[in-house]
Write a protein that binds this ligand. Structure first.
Ligand code: AMP
Length: 302
């Protein structure tokens, strides 16, 4: 079973208290695909410019990542630049240059049209919906990520897209902004009325909380002694989560809980190094070992 993702493929400039990089491969779909491909074949939908060379593409090769849906056009790739505060809890966006992304109209290759597991990365909600419209059969699961820019800027379009989504992954501020409700568990009830049946609230170094009509499950961030760059943690989490879920082919409380752990495990590797550096080298064995440590971390006797 393949997992389709649409989202940004970018070059990032990142500055953290541990150093800086001027140009490294980034973008939500890059982090997502690298993480998810540990579990299932991924079909990527995105757009890049002429500055995206074979060398950049090489990072996706030798993995189960289908790039047929990665459009190459004239112009420059999406560029994003951000700086983290001393404690890395705050991030200032220094530049967002849409470049080729500005005219992006996702077109699915014929080989993607039977996709049943779909993740709509953080892009214009109308474009997210246009991806769903191209899918031949009603998908089994649709996950979606969004951000304050779309929650504020295109609320009606986002609401329309959310009607077709089962799993929403956003952070706590975005949850409050979307629902107008401060308490996250009450906010979840608002979200359920919009369409999604599961809300995953990403909370950075505090982990993630999953709220479902029948249960709540919370995972901490994996305890790390070295965090060098939080960029892409949320997208990596989503990739690990959706990848695991797709590999199981069943959505129930148990698979959702385990998916939360695998999302956190994958994200813990991403933040150890800049950009996708660590995520690109992590081995299956290391993922499994960290998932085991997670089980110990959260187990206790009543
Ligand atoms: P995260 O740290 O999970 O928020 O993801 C950061 C990644 O998202 C970076 O690699 C950026 O290239 C990408 N990104 C930043 N802003 C946007 C945006 N407005 N639309 C799409 N992708 C973005």
């Amino acid at each position: 079973m393949s997992l389709l993702v649409v989202g940004s493929v970018a070059f990032d400039a990142i500055e953290t208290p541990f150093g800086r990089v001027d140009r490294t491969l980034g973008g939500a779909a890059s982090y997502f695909s690298l993480a998810a491909s540990h579990f299932v074949p991924v079909r990527l939908v995105g757009i890049v410019g002429e500055d995206f060379t074979q060398k950049d593409e090489a990072i996706f090769q030798g993995r189960k990542i289908d790039l047929t849906g990665l459009e190459h056009v004239a112009g420059k790739s999406f560029f994003w630049s951000g700086r983290y505060s001393q404690n890395m809890n705050e991030r200032t966006t220094l530049a967002t240059e849409l470049n080729v992304f500005a005219a992006f109209q996702p077109t699915l290759p014929a080989t993607y049209l039977d996709s049943q597991y779909i993740f709509l990365g953080n892009i214009d909600p109308t474009l997210q919906r246009s991806v769903l419209k191209q899918i031949r059969r009603k998908p089994k699961v649709v996950g979606l990520d969004t951000m304050n820019f779309w929650i504020d800027g295109t609320p009606a379009e986002l609401r329309e897209t959310l009607k077709h989504v089962q799993i929403l992954t956003i952070n706590d501020d975005e949850t409050r902004q979307l629902t107008g409700e401060h308490n996250l568990f009450r906010a979840a009830r608002h979200v359920f009325k919009m369409g999604p049946k599961t809300l995953i609230i990403k909370r950075g170094e505090h982990g993630a909380v999953m709220v479902h009509k029948d249960f709540v499950f919370s995972v901490p961030a994996f305890p790390l002694e070295e965090v060098h760059d939080p960029t892409g943690a949320g997208d990596t989490f989503a990739g690990g989560f959706m990848g695991y879920l797709t590999s199981k082919g069943r959505i129930n409380e148990q698979t959702l809980r385990s998916a939360m752990v695998y999302g956190s495990v994958l994200a813990s590797f991403t933040v150890e190094r800049f950009g996708v550096e660590r995520l690109a080298t992590v081995k299956r064995k290391e993922i499994v070992a960290r998932a085991r440590q997670f089980a110990r971390l959260t187990s206790f006797k009543l």
